[in-house]
Design a binder for this molecule. Structure first.
Ligand code: MIC
Ligand code: SF4
Length: 639
């Protein structure tokens, strides 16, 4: 049988299940990564799983999201995570070391390995030929504890590349073009696998940019083959020994295919408020810009930064523009300092931020009221910048830099920057684990910001609940539990976050949930797209949400709901969605039987109607729901 690269790696790691798309498989996990805004929950869960030492080859705990330290909360989280790293034998990456995905790519990712991370952009390491999957925190905790991960085997989407990118284009323009063609739902149920002659012309960091934003397609992950360019990258990072050539079988077949000629790519821009609202830059005229932000795990590589420096060198940022730049890692920042690029940026009037997520997750640099912000990031959901009425456009670093100079959205000039052939590494941001178990730390440092997480009860036989909220298609986890400088410090404090549930959509969800003692949510397509934050399930759990009835779910959020013991149910007939109103009381009976047969009848009490919903889950997922969540279920599980 001929396999795609994705399936080859999955097969190499397969512990249970059949290689049949749509069925559940379990794979062994070589590496995990966490970041601080999801990590505190992960380590509380790991503690609850009563683990002595992690079962992976390498697990890294990064601090890159919560960096403002406006008060004690962030610092409490950092201290807690560091103590967990020292206790369980993880590598700890201190604040300032860089953005988890960029650092992991530079230092730890390898062709052919399996990696899961508690962040939706973990697939960035697919640029190295790794199978890298974003997951909810509890799935990552379980992978650390037991060394395995269950997921639904996706189909594989071949993106066949030919040609070579024009000199004023960036890999960002490639993935924006893919998003324009396929939409934020286009990758749901797929791994995006890049093939063809065009692959060779893309460096590992280009590939990483493309894999990173596969998350915005809704894909399970994205992957490139491992070839000479991979070797060049690993060599530059002094890791030749991690190289291994990898690709699909020559006669591999795929479930879908998109052909893309790189030579025909042009600079693209995603308009507010969705990463798939993509048009060519040249189609938008006279867009006056207030802020330009360059960085994030999508576009903060050394080469991206060097291109920006080349465009800015000897010029001045427009007087009405605030240009902020965050290099992706301490390594990159050091290189920029040493090769003069930092001087070009500062000379042009850029504000240099630390190597972290920063404005990408609204941690500072919120635009002015009604402001226009051009960002090299991957998400432009409404309100994510910290300013509700701001308009965020996503562009390449070259377009961003050119626009910062003119003050208007501007087509970028050609740049010529080669990949670095040797990096000097900064190791001082890492705290490596002690070899001996006995020498390791025994306690965890828990400041007052760390609150226990909510646990569910075993599933009851029936429920009678009000519809608390009805929402449209593509609702994001940023809508369910918003994140910005005011809220990110409370990621370890679900009771506090609960007050802000759905506040980008309605002001009073918390009051509705309290008044009805919990209830149900009704949603359109792709509910829960975006971030992996399990808070988007833990907050509803805390507020008594028992089930979400949707036309379809985003992958990670669906798993997070199941892990929290909340039923993710899908309308058999999408038109039944129309008839439901907020405040309707829905009755679901014989729940266990319904979950087993995969079909349940819902009665709409006031309207005296009924309609079917489906549960297309595995036996394992059913058992998790019966147990009231994955923590209860997984404690004693072995594969
Ligand atoms: C994001 O980009 O939305 C985040 C912040 O990195 C999230 C994780 C989180 O919500 O903490 C993600 O992408 O998973
Ligand atoms: Fe950080 Fe933004 Fe990347 Fe999320 S998308 S990991 S917030 S840089």
């Amino acid at each position: 049988m001929a396999y795609s690269l994705s399936y080859k790696i999955i097969k190499d790691h397969l512990l249970s299940g059949d290689m049949v798309p749509g069925s559940e498989v379990c794979i062994s996990i070589n590496q995990t990564l966490t970041q601080d805004s999801t990590g505190t929950m992960v380590y509380l869960q790991l503690e609850a799983l009563d683990v002595k030492e992690v079962a992976t080859d390498l697990s890294v705990a990064y601090i890159d999201h919560n960096m403002l330290q406006a008060s004690f909360e962030n610092a409490d989280d950092h201290a807690f995570i560091q103590s967990a790293a020292e206790k369980y034998g993880l590598v700890f990456s201190k604040p300032g070391g860089g953005i988890c995905h960029q650092v992991h790519l530079e230092r730890f990712g390898k062709p052919g390995l399996s990696l899961i991370g508690s962040d939706s952009h973990t697939p960035t390491d697919g640029g190295l030929g790794a199978l890298a999957i974003g997951a909810g925190g509890l799935d990552v905790a379980i992978a650390m504890a037991k060394g395995f991960y269950f997921f639904t085997l996706p189909k594989v989407y071949e993106i066949h590349l030919s040609g070579q990118l024009p000199e004023n284009c960036n890999a960002k323009d490639v993935i924006l073009t893919v998003l324009q063609k396929l939409s934020v739902k286009g990758g749901v149920g797929y791994i995006m696998e890049y093939t063809g002659e065009g692959v060779k012309s893309l460096s590992v960091t280009d590939r990483a940019t493309i894999c990173n934003m596969g998350a915005e397609l809704g894909a399970t992950t994205s992957i490139f083959p491992s070839d000479e360019r991979t070797w060049e990258f690993l060599k530059a990072h002094h890791r030749e020994e991690d190289y291994r050539p990898l690709g699909p079988d020559s006669d591999a077949t795929y479930d879908a295919r998109l052909d893309l000629n790189l030579s025909e790519i042009e600079p693209m821009v995603a308009k507010p408020h969705s990463p798939d609202a993509v048009v060519p830059v040249k189609d938008i005229q006279d867009l006056k810009v207030d802020q330009v932000a360059i960085g994030s795990c999508t576009n903060s590589s050394l080469r991206d930064m060097a291109k920006v420096a080349q465009i800015l060198d000897g010029k001045k940022v427009h007087k009405d523009v605030s240009l902020v730049i965050s290099p992706g890692s301490a390594n990159i920042l050091k290189e920029l300092a040493e090769n003069g690029n930092l001087a070009s940026m500062i000379g042009a009037g850029a504000r240099i931020l630390e190597s972290a997520c920063g404005p990408c997750i609204g941690m500072g640099q919120a635009p002015k009221s009604g402001g226009i912000s051009l960002r090299t990031f991957n998400r432009n959901f409404k309100g994510r910048s910290g300013t509700k009425d701001a308009s965020v456009y996503l562009v390449s670093p070259e377009t961003a830099a050119a626009s910062a100079l003119t003050g208007y959205l501007t087509l970028p000039p050609k740049t010529e920057v080669q990949e670095a052939t040797s990096y000097t590494h900064v190791d001082d941001y890492f705290v490596f684990p002690l070899e001996n178990l006995e020498d390791r730390r025994k306690d965890l440092v828990m400041g007052p910001n760390i609150k226990p997480f909510p646990l569910n009860h075993p599933l009851e036989e029936s429920m009678e609940k009000s519809v608390l909220l009805k929402v449209k298609d593509n609702v994001t986890t940023d809508d369910i539990v918003p994140s910005h400088a005011g809220l990110l410090p409370y990621r370890s404090n679900i009771p506090h976050l609960a007050h802000y549930a759905f506040t980008t959509l309605v002001d009073d969800f918390f009051d509705r949930a309290k008044a009805h003692e919990g209830g149900l949510i009704v949603a359109g397509e792709n509910y829960g797209q975006g971030s992996s934050r399990e808070h988007a399930a833990l907050v509803p759990l805390y507020l008594g949400v028992k089930a979400v009835l949707a036309k379809s779910f985003a992958r990670i959020h669906r798993s997070n709901l199941i892990n929290s013991g909340i039923l993710p149910l899908v309308f058999e007939n999408p038109k039944d969605y129309e008839a439901i109103q907020e405040g309707d009381v829905l009755v679901l009976e014989d729940l266990k039987k319904g979950l087993e047969t995969g079909r349940l009848l819902v009665q709409n009490q006031g309207k005296n109607t009924s309609f079917p919903v489906l549960f297309a889950g595995s036996e394992r997922e059913r058992k998790i729901l019966y147990a009231g969540g994955n923590l209860n279920y997984s404690k004693d599980l072995e594969v």
